[in-house]
Design a protein around this ligand. Structure first.
Ligand SMILES: *Cc1c(COP(=O)(O)O)cnc(C)c1O
Length: 345
């Protein structure tokens, strides 16, 4: 319960930042108004702007790419792996190489962890180091996931997440956070989220945003954090059951090795033999919810189609075939049975 009137930047905000930093084992956590602002602030803090190129994948929520032109930079799209939905390192290598022929300076890569699964950071990190690129991890869907016990939100030079209600750690409205071990980036992010604030409220030292996390959302998140690991386990159990029962008829998410754990923000499948529309119709007739994340590759959306891109056959295919089925920690056994029976029928 909140017993004070500090609706903006109240003590719960700072308490939450401390807990999230410790949860991810990252030095600094800076909360903000939403996951899209988190990405924008990360780019601004990294000094990305006009004349710069930022590589990202062609398969994500629009915000992952949207922030790039928003700060004046040029997005460059690469393809994904069809089995993980995450960035394809071969395509990233090609994009790095081909971007050299373009006007502008390649500066950063934004990597989303799709549907909760961490991307291939071992290879992505080494490519970024080799080419002196800032790595930004978009962990909006993967908060709580990990590789070898290292949590998502800790893989980028700057990482971001979202607390939108449908994300693994959701609040009761909009919310987001930025994570970094870099003291300078952290200080700039803190300044940008409050109008480029300097040493005090009326000392504005740069152009920033109004992007604070509401105290009331921080209080909600502090409570939800206490059951978050239990919720992740519940999601994991449902995912295992879906994989076991559906893998013969559907392409199910592949977990490349045991060291990787997903936050299972979504559970997405592709039919091996049937058209998507037929499957969706059957699900609808049985009142089983389904959704399409995402119908269009980012490089084929109206605002993005004129930006440079590698060929993206995997993103194209996935957008035509993918279906997300109910995934929520408190999905009952009966509800799971109904989803499975309907899909196998
Ligand atoms: C939800 C989401 C965002 C944006 O988060 P908001 O809090 O809705 O602004 C960014 N990237 C990805 C991958 C997302 O899923």
């Amino acid at each position: 319960m909140i017993q004070h009137g500090q609706f903006i930047m109240g003590p719960e905000v700072f308490e939450l930042e401390e807990q999230l930093a410790s949860y991810t084992n990252v030095k600094h956590c800076i909360t903000c108004a939403n996951g899209t602002d988190a990405l924008q602030i990360a780019l601004m803090a990294a000094g990305v702007g006009i004349g710069d190129i930022v590589i990202t994948t062609s398969f994500s929520f629009f915000a992952t790419a949207e922030v790039i032109p928003l700060v004046g930079a040029t997005p460059y799209f690469c393809d994904i792996n069809a089995d993980t939905y995450n960035l394809c390192t071969k395509s990233l290598e090609a994009a790095i190489c081909n971007s050299l022929k373009l006007k502008g300076k390649l500066k950063a890569v934004i990597v989303p962890d799709m549907f909760g699964m961490p991307a291939d950071y071992k290879n992505i990190k080494s490519l970024c180091e080799q080419h002196n690129l800032i790595l930004i991890e978009d962990a909006a869907q993967s908060f709580g996931a990990s590789i070898d016990g290292k949590k998502c939100g800790s893989f980028g030079d700057i990482s971001t997440t979202s607390f939108f209600p449908a994300k693994p750690l959701g609040c009761f409205g909009d919310g987001g956070a930025i994570f970094t071990d870099n003291d300078v980036f952290a200080q700039i992010c803190r300044s940008i989220r409050i109008h480029g604030q300097g040493s005090n409220k009326y000392d504005n030292i740069r152009v920033g945003l109004n992007s604070r996390l509401d105290t009331i959302q921080a209080a909600v998140l502090l409570e939800k954090l206490t059951i978050f690991d239990d919720e992740l386990k519940m999601r994991e159990n449902i995912a295992r059951r879906y994989i076991d029962t559906l893998k013969d008829k559907y392409v199910v998410p592949s977990i490349s090795d045991d060291s990787i754990s997903s936050a299972w923000a979504q559970f997405s499948i592709r039919a091996k033999n049937e058209p998507r529309e037929k499957i969706r119709k059957i699900l609808q007739q049985s009142s089983v919810g389904s959704a399409i994340y995402y119908p269009t590759p980012l490089n084929r959306t109206k605002p993005m189609e004129h930006y440079p891109s590698e060929k993206t056959p995997n993103a194209d295919k996935v957008c035509d075939e993918v279906i997300s089925i109910p995934m929520y920690p408190f999905l009952t056994k009966e509800q799971q049975n109904k989803v499975i029976a309907t899909l196998i029928e």
